[in-house]
Design a protein around this ligand. Sequence first.
Ligand SMILES: [Zn+2]
Length: 150
Amino acid sequence: MRGSTVVVVGHSECGGAAASLDAVQRKDFDLNGPVITIPSLPPTAALNRWLEPLTRLAGNLDIRATSRDKALPLVVSENVKMQINNLCQTQTIRDAWTVGTPKGQNVYLHGYVYNLATGRLQDLGITKGPKSIEVVELSSCKRHVKDVAL
Ligand SMILES: [Zn+2]
């Protein structure tokens, strides 16, 4: 059986994740207001727009008072999860899991974090795949795909 693998890899010591963490740990951070990750740049700066989803994600984690060495890996791994879930909701992936791909491939999504210090890839255990095949940790997006298929 043919397969196709999509891999989302985050990495430790990520500058983007660190900036988002810094933002949510500032005293004046407010998830209900405009989310500005880097205050020295205008809110409309490309970097601020690019980091906003990650900062919102970080803002929804309970890490405002968590030490950096614990909070940063969490932001990195949650970001990989968010990207996997975003991919699950794309038309391309939904089609692959419902009507199939033109080449008849089974498409799998995997989430990893690359640890720069050890050189190891950590499997986050959030693999998603076609509903006919058992995969670990069935996701809400997979249930969503099933709803679409019915
Ligand atoms: Zn990075």
